[in-house]
Design a protein around this ligand. Structure first.
Ligand code: PLP
Length: 400
């Protein structure tokens, strides 16, 4: 037998990928599942992006590229960061990888030593703590409540910083809550970080272009330029352009860190797919109407789902500012009894009950560091949302 490393033994499987597998298994058994676990747009990639990939393939764009990513893409990313985010980055300060996830992984691999602490406000995306752990770091999860809009406050950050703190990770807009940090909130966090020069800031902005009511994500570099030398922006094309399967993401940050990440890519994956990179140039520089069209559809679904959830017994749901998830509070249902006499002792039990009794698949808040909540994705069609709400109403009304 091949023994596994200590590193891998402490790594949990991604709960969202596990949920997807569970839904697939039930569907393979012929069961109809109303799936609210989707972590990706349900739209196809816009046609002009697909055409760009095909013509890239046909014209020989089928070889390895440099590990940092093709110059045309890094230039397009630099232009995007300047125009949309007010952040000045030279293409040499940008590295392209196989999705934002790979870059989060490699930035930590390149910078963490055993025992270094990484502050992660919760609710948080399920992968950060495990990516930190597998790279030798210690995740320090800071629970944030609905009172602060699920966002990290400056005093909570100050109190959590120790001599071992190396990073603060902020995901704005957030998966799972859709929370977006405002200028004042960034300024307050920046003020704390200015007192702690050894703490770097990673911002995961993957959902920035999926937003509602004119809300715009701000990157901290634009708000607090003094932090520039210790900020890393993580972003990618997966969510905004419905390109999850293409696997293109990027990091922008100080040149020495970008060089270290590039070296790691050169010794691991070599480069992101050549023609996916060319297609990414088309996505960033071509017509942006598909992004607006998808957002308009998400906005309708968001309204439907938020209203429907608030009408369910024991469920309270605020409308997210961005991303395509809602994060309803279901704590009022904890302790309820099922018709079979079982007890819903946690949000995990509620997830199991909804799957059994309503064939509705949702994610538990516990996986995101917030027990008592559920995460539902509205990257799914309105028929599924309507049917799901009716099925949940029946199942929740049967609780006592
Ligand atoms: N960051 C967050 C917060 C996400 O929710 C996801 C995907 O679910 C990612 C990063 C990964 O994105 P990519 O497809 O670019 O790897």
């Amino acid at each position: 037998t091949i023994s596994l490393s200590n590193k891998i033994r402490q790594l949990r499987p991604s709960p969202s990928i596990a949920a997807k597998q569970r839904v697939n298994e039930l569907q393979a058994q012929g069961r109809r599942v109303l799936d609210f676990c989707l972590g990706e747009p349900d739209f196809d990639t816009p046609a002009h992006i697909i055409e760009a990939a095909i013509s890239a393939m046909c014209s020989g764009d089928t070889h390895y590229t440099g590990s940092q990513g093709i110059p045309a893409l890094r230039r397009a990313i630099a232009d995007k960061l300047r125009q949309q985010n007010g952040a000045e980055y030279d293409p040499s300060e940008i590295v392209v990888g196989i999705g934002a996830k790979q870059l989060i992984f490699e930035v930590f691999a390149a910078s963490l030593s055993e025992g270094d602490e990484v502050i992660i406000p919760a609710p948080c995306w399920v992968s950060y703590p495990d990516i930190v752990k597998v790279n030798g770091g210690t995740p320090v999860i800071l629970p944030c409540t609905a009172e602060t809009g699920f966002k990290l406050s400056a005093p909570a950050l100050e109190a959590a910083i120790t001599p071992r703190t190396r990073w603060l990770v902020i995901n704005s807009p957030s998966n799972p809550t859709g929370a977006v940090y405002t200028r004042d909130e960034w300024l307050a966090l920046a003020e704390v970080l200015e007192r702690h020069p050894d703490v770097a800031l990673m911002t995961d902005e993957i959902y920035e272009l999926v937003s509602y009511d004119g809300i715009r994500n701000l990157t901290p570099v634009a708000v607090a330029p003094a932090l520039r030398e210790r900020c890393v922006i993580i972003n990618g094309l997966s969510k905004a352009y419905a390109m999850t399967g293409w696997r293109v993401g990027y990091a922008a940050g100080p040149a020495p860190l970008i060089a270290a990440v590039t070296k790691l890519l050169g010794q691991s994956t070599t480069c992101a797919c050549a023609f996916a990179q060319t297609a990414a140039v088309a996505a960033l520089t071509g017509p942006q109407d598909p992004v607006a069209e998808m957002n308009a559809i998400y906005a309708e679904r968001r309204a439907l789902l938020v209203e429907g959830l608030n009408a369910l017994p024991g469920v309270t749901c605020t409308a997210p500012d961005a991303a395509f998830y809602v994060f309803p509070d279901v704590s009022a249902l904890i302790g309820a009894r099922t018709p079979e006499g079982g007890v819903i002792a946690s949000d995990l039990d509620l997830v199991g009950y909804l799957l059994e009794a309503a064939s509705v698949a949702v994610m538990d808040g516990t996986s995101y560091g917030s027990p008592g909540f559920l995460r539902l994705s509205f990257a799914t069609d309105t028929d599924t949302i309507r049917e799901g709400l009716s099925a949940m109403r029946r199942a929740l009304s049967a609780l006592s």
